[in-house]
Write a protein that binds this ligand. Structure first.
Ligand code: FE2
Length: 546
């Protein structure tokens, strides 16, 4: 038995203690540091995170990686990591403690599924190993299933291309008062280093191997603003395409001519493993070969159900034409997930049903005039299934569905109808597509509106559009859901100001967007001048397909 194993066993005996008088974990000066092999400095360089909150449980995460851009820098052995969770920041009211192994086969990541917590309660947590102590994170459990909360506030975010800019939005998001953050995809981007971008990706090309994906995730996680946002709230994450490969669909890569099926499967396995290693996911999401269980549900008492979708892993390949997009066999979710979604929506028992979704549901024509141009990577390419689900929204069997969406690098607030081309088709729900953290870089609203305002005039289901950077804060009550668009004035400088640009109200019992409030425009001087950068935005170019 190794020394570290002895330590693990001994400390595990104290794990699960529930009272404040539980013995203190060993301090570094009490011998823990002397009984483990020395570790490199700065093992907690990637910070801490928590996620997937339940009424009695939350996942705590860290990864020991003193050299995150070059393989991690840890010795190739298991390292015991102490963890503790308390109801106060000074850790005097400690509630649970334990030791978890950081294993080299999972890049020395640690995922602790802490159980036995109190519902709807704030907690503080930290990790310790080899005489080093992590930053303190704050998290929060969900209310009990039977609870009837009067209010819930959370935020959602997506698309944080490191090269597109600084995470100024997260500086402000971290200061909000939130129950959780829903992240809707594009946590990393797989693109190669771009010397003309605001910041540069590590490496020399796109990641393909496990080590390359680890380095890319490691680089993103070094960002202090992202770390602060993780340390402030539990996150509920899902992925989109760029965590693996642009526009991948199940086992089909973006460019099948360049990646063999075998090579892409190996790439997907590597990308999934690195994703799990860097996210505060429960062990039920540990990848098994090609699969990673990511669609799942959360509940905030009787107020809100959060249905987290996975629209990449089980989808049919994108159609090539509008005629193909009508094919009834095309699926965005796969049949199993669709059944899970419909069952869950129908029996949620919650006032609101929030879908944490990746790509846009609302029809998104990109051409003014009689012609239409669609991006078939979003639900516009999977029309039969979309119509089936939207008719279900309108069937009276699901209470107040609201779809929250990433991917588009714009804010796009829409009424949802089973048939978007027919104004007599009933409004059955609302979609709030929420900007991006950085992707797209600093926007040019004038050229955006010059392109899209004429199309908006032909798209009555669009209620608000904008192309600037930020995130969305959602306030739910029994009677309404108010979503506030929070915009930063730049992502091309390390700090920025934030403002509430607009608010979108959905009323319970009345499908669609009830009200759009737009704040008065800030004075031009409030928008800082500065250098401009290349963004290589995959949403910036109209797709050639019709
Ligand atoms: Fe994106």
């Amino acid at each position: 038995m190794s020394l570290s194993t002895k330590i693990s066993r001994r400390l595990l005996l104290t794990g699960g203690a529930t009272v404040a008088t539980a013995p203190m974990l060993l301090h570094p000066e009490e011998g823990y540091a002397q009984t483990t092999l020395p570790l490199p400095a700065d093992v907690f360089r990637l910070g801490v995170a928590s996620g997937d909150p339940l009424p009695d449980a939350v996942v705590l995460w860290t990864r020991l990686a003193p050299e995150p851009l070059t393989g991690g820098g840890m010795p190739a052995r298991n390292v015991p990591v102490e963890w503790e969770i308390a109801e106060d920041e000074r850790f005097t009211r400690r509630r649970r403690t334990g030791v978890a192994p950081a294993r080299p086969e999972l890049a020395h990541s640690v995922h602790v599924d802490v159980r036995g917590l109190r519902p709807d309660t704030a907690y503080f947590y930290r990790f310790r190993t080899g005489g080093q102590i992590s930053p303190v994170g704050r998290t929060r459990t969900a209310p009990s299933r039977a609870a009837r909360p009067r209010a819930l506030r959370f935020a959602f975010a997506s698309c944080q291309d490191y090269q597109a800019g600084f995470y100024t939005a997260y500086q402000h998001l971290a200061a909000e008062d939130l129950a959780f953050v829903a992240f809707l995809g594009d946590y990393i981007y797989e693109g190669p280093r771009n010397a003309s971008a605001a910041r540069q990706h590590e490496g020399t090309g796109e990641p393909y191997t496990l080590e390359q994906y680890r380095n890319r995730h490691g680089q993103y996680k070094t960002d202090p603003d992202l770390q602060a946002a993780h340390a402030a709230f539990p996150w509920i994450v899902t992925f989109d395409d760029h965590e693996v490969d642009n526009n991948w669909a199940d086992e089909t890569p973006q460019d099948p001519a360049l990646q063999t099926p075998e090579a892409f499967r190996a790439r997907r396995i590597a990308a999934f493993q690195a994703y799990y290693e860097h996210m505060p996911l429960r062990r039920s999401s540990l990848p098994r070969r090609l699969d990673l269980q990511l669609y799942r549900r959360f509940r905030y008492g009787s107020l809100a159900g959060v249905h987290v979708l996975d629209t990449r892993q089980y989808r049919s390949d994108q159609p090539a034409t509008l005629a193909d997009a009508q094919h009834p066999a095309l699926t965005m979710t796969g049949p199993q997930q669709e059944k899970w979604l419909v069952d869950g929506l129908q029996h949620s028992g919650t006032r609101w049903n929030v879908l944490a979704n990746q790509v846009m549901w609302a029809q998104n024509d990109r051409q003014a005039g009689p012609g239409q141009t669609f991006d078939f990577d979003n639900w516009d390419g999977y029309r039969a299934q979309r119509r089936r689900l939207l008719e279900f929204f309108g069937s009276g069997r699901v209470d107040n569905p609201v779809v929250l969406t990433g991917d588009r690098h714009c804010t796009w607030v829409s009424d949802l109808r089973p048939d978007f081309d027919d104004v007599s088709s009933p409004i059955v729900g609302a979609e709030i597509t929420g900007t991006s953290i950085t992707s797209g870089g600093n926007a040019n609203p004038a050229s955006f509106h010059a392109t899209y305002d004429p199309i908006m005039a032909e798209s009555p289901h669009w209620r608000y559009i904008d192309n600037q950077r930020g995130y969305v804060v959602c306030d739910l009550s029994r009677t309404e859901m108010v979503s506030s668009l929070r915009l930063v004035d730049t992502v091309w400088a390390p700090t920025a100001a934030v403002r509430t640009e607009a608010r979108f109200t959905v009323e319970a019992g009345r499908p669609g967007i009830a009200d759009v409030f737009v704040a008065p425009a800030p004075p031009p001087a409030a928008r800082p001048a500065g250098p401009t950068f290349d963004t290589q935005d995959d949403q910036g170019v109209l797709p050639p397909r019709r």
